[in-house]
Every structure is written in structure tokens, then in C-alpha cells.
Design a protein around this ligand. Structure first.
Ligand SMILES: Cc1ncc(COP(=O)(O)O)c(C=O)c1O
Length: 389
């Protein structure tokens, strides 16, 4: 009976697979003493002042629903944070929704704008989660493969892709700093994109969840450069080491945000009250909490890139997030899944196979959201593995 019912489910789900990243991580976690450089979450703990605010919220019995878009004070704090940090100006009353992680913001935004038959431009490799959501909404992702351009989207390819798909394209999903490549964009590069995007009536879903983690120039937000078309997605998961609290947000034009808010309301009602109060403390009292973590990430990045290069892994210098996307040396073949399992078993180092990302075959993603000591152990083990081959 259960089997028959399972065959009656939503057609679009037939193609959707569980996260390849989580599956790989689960598989290799069984290996004793493995050093895991797999997951995209800070190894730091949530700052104490933020934890205290969460505890105080529980103790004060703030265990009731908030307004669906989130506590007014939190929306004000988000607006202030975006204005102070990125010169992106939003009205907390009707232009910001607090969601369940950036994931909730991505889901609500895509679901609110897509009709069956729409096309969505997605530069790849990128965070895989956008793709099944696009497909569940009956829309089609149109890829721009950036691997041939050092993982940098070029204005020429953006313009050509938009022109070729002008009849059906509804949106573009940009993510920068980019998971998994660590690439980010400067003001002049973004300005070139904006000049092109302005020519089309399309939405720009701009996932800027790693905005506090740039290692060169400060982050520039499309919320500042192209507010009339942008749905700006961000959250406290990475900036404040708060992945488990599940607080993200989306900001955009009021009429658009009203519809995105409906999807959020239908799926979540509201984000958890005590987590919202913790996020309020994080943004209000600790807007720069992420900067201390960034200093550590930068040191780790420098170390990891240098060591990987010595071992023959070619990497672009990542300018944001906390990932290195490394080309597998030719003599190991380019099957990234086979390579990653081999490294896991033989070197006891876990890295994510590039095949978990579209256009990522032949690479591995190495997260440096791990202590320097762990990275040193991982590099020693990798060196021994490489030397033995
Ligand atoms: C690019 C990108 N967007 C969104 C998310 C999800 O963020 P959250 O945990 O706030 O839902 C991640 C998590 O790894 C990510 O890499």
C-alpha cells in the first residue's frame, strides 16, 4: 500500500535527490578519526551575549508567536545592519521578512515569483539548493557555466544568456561570496551586471549570506545597487555562527515582499520567537561579531591555499566565504566522488566532491570553517597520501 501511494506523489519530486553534501558527510563520518572539512558551517560557537539573549527570551516566557514577518525590533535591526554595512536601505515595516534561515528566504522568494514554464538563470557552480526549488515550481534553471572563466560570471555571458532567453526568463539567482568557489565580486563587476540586468523585467535573487566574510574589499550588495529588482537574502547563520538558530531574512520592494511574505506565512507562520530575540541581540549589539571570526578564517585560508598548492592542487585565491574549490591533480583522475571517497578512506580527510555542485566535476570543495590545528592535520595527511601515489 505504502509503495503505491509513494508512486502518486508530486511529479517534480521524482528528480529531486537528498543533498549530496549531507549524504557524503554522513557516509564518511563513520570513518574513525577522520578530519572533516565538509560542512558549510562555522566551527565557532554563537557569541555568549547572543546565547544569553536567547536564554533570557525563554526565561521571560516569550514563547508565543511573533508577527509573521518577524519582531518589529528585529526588522528594524536588520534594516539598520543593511544600511550601515552595505548602504542598502529598506523600510522595516513592509520591505523585510524574517525567515527560517536564508533557506526559508530562498524558498519563499522563488516560490512567490515562479510560474510553470518560467526560466531562471543560475551561474554555476553554486549552492545546489536553488535548483530543486526552481524545479518544484515548474520552472527551468538555465545554467551559465563559470568554470571556464575561473568561476567568475562575465558581463558578456550574462548579456548573451539573457538575450537568448528573454521570452521566458523570470529571474537570476546570484550568490556571492559564492559557495562553493569562494569567488566574490567587486563594485565595478557588479555595476556591469546591473547595467545589463536593468534592461530586463526580471527579479534578481541575491543570496549574500557570506557578506561578512570577504577577505579583500568590503562586500557590495545588490540591495544597494539595484534595489528595485533585487530580493536580497541574508541571515545570521554565517555572520554570527548561528546556523542552528535558523534565522534569515529577505528584503526587497514592498509589493514584492508582500507576496513573498504570504509564502513565508503559509509555510512557517513565523520564525521561532527566542531565535528572533537572539538574532536581534546579534545584529544590534554585535554587528561586528563576524569580524573576529573573519580574522581566523583568513589565516586558515592563507595556510590551506598555500599547502594545497604545494601538493599540486590548483586553486583560485578565494576572496570570500570559507571554501577552497581545488582542482584534483590530473594523475588522480577527475571523478571527484571516487577521489573524495579514496581520500576519506586512505588519508582520513573528508572533503566534498565537486560533483555535488553542477559544473563542479573534477574539483573538491574544502571548507576551512575548521580550526587551524585540524587543517594542519588534514594537510599532513593529504601530503602523505599524495606522496604515496
Ligand atoms: C549560499 C548559501 N545560501 C544559503 C545557505 C543556507 O543558509 P541558512 O542556514 O541560513 O538557511 C547556505 C548554507 O550553506 C549557503 O551556502
Amino acid at each position: 500500500m505504502a509503495k503505491e501511494l509513494a508512486s502518486l506523489m508530486k511529479n517534480e519530486l521524482a528528480d529531486v535527490q537528498p543533498s549530496a553534501i549531507l549524504q557524503f558527510d554522513k557516509d564518511v563520518s563513520q570513518i574513525p578519526d577522520i578530519v572533516k572539512l565538509t560542512l558549510g558551517e562555522p566551527d565557532f560557537n554563537t557569541p555568549d551575549h547572543v546565547k544569553n539573549a536567547g536564554e533570557a527570551s525563554i526565561a521571560a516566557d516569550h514563547s508565543h508567536y511573533t508577527q509573521s514577518p518577524g519582531l518589529p525590533a528585529l526588522r528594524q535591526a536588520i534594516a539598520t545592519f543593511l544600511a550601515d554595512k552595505y548602504q542598502a536601505h529598506y523600510d522595516p515595516n513592509d520591505q523585510i521578512i524574517t525567515t527560517i534561515g536564508a533557506s526559508g528566504a530562498i524558498y519563499a522568494s522563488l516560490t512567490a515569483i515562479l510560474n510553470p514554464g518560467d526560466e531562471v538563470i543560475v551561474p554555476i557552480p553554486t549552492f545546489p539548493q536553488y535548483l530543486p526549488i526552481i524545479k518544484l515550481n515548474g520552472a527551468t534553471p538555465i545554467y551559465i557555466d563559470t568554470s571556464v572563466d575561473d568561476f567568475i560570471l562575465t558581463p558578456e555571458k550574462l548579456a548573451a544568456t539573457l538575450a537568448a532567453h528573454r521570452d521566458k526568463v523570470k529571474a537570476i539567482v546570484l550568490n556571492y561570496p559564492t559557495n562553493p568557489t569562494g569567488v566574490t565580486y567587486r563594485h565595478d563587476q557588479l555595476a556591469a551586471f546591473v547595467a545589463i540586468l536593468r534592461q530586463y523585467d526580471i527579479f534578481v535573487i541575491s543570496d549574500e549570506i557570506y557578506s561578512e566574510l570577504t577577505y579583500g574589499e568590503p562586500h557590495v550588495s545588490l540591495g544597494a545597487l539595484l534595489p528595485e529588482q533585487t530580493l536580497l537574502i541574508n541571515g545570521v547563520s554565517k555572520s554570527h555562527a548561528m546556523t542552528g538558530w535558523r534565522i534569515g531574512y529577505v528584503a526587497g520592494p514592498a509589493a514584492v515582499i508582500a507576496k513573498v511574505g504570504l509564502v513565508h506565512q503559509l509555510t512557517a507562520t513565523a520564525a521561532a520567537t527566542m531565535a528572533q530575540e537572539a538574532a536581534l541581540e546579534a545584529l544590534q549589539a554585535g554587528p561586528d561579531d563576524g569580524l573576529q571570526m573573519k580574522v581566523a578564517y583568513q589565516e586558515r585560508r592563507d595556510y590551506l591555499v598555500k599547502e594545497l598548492n604545494k601538493l599540486g592542487f590548483v586553486t583560485a585565491e578565494p576572496t570570500g566565504a570559507f571554501y577552497v574549490f581545488a582542482k584534483i591533480p590530473a594523475r588522480f583522475g577527475q571523478d571527484s566522488l571516487a577521489f573524495a571517497y579514496r581520500v576519506a578512506r586512505e588519508a582520513r580527510v573528508a572533503v566534498i566532491p565537486g560533483s555535488a555542485f553542477p559544473a563542479g566535476e573534477g574539483y573538491v570543495r574544502i571548507s576551512y570553517a575548521a580550526s587551524l590545528a585540524k587543517l594542519q592535520t588534514a594537510c599532513q595527511r593529504l601530503a602523505a597520501f599524495v606522496a604515496a601515489k
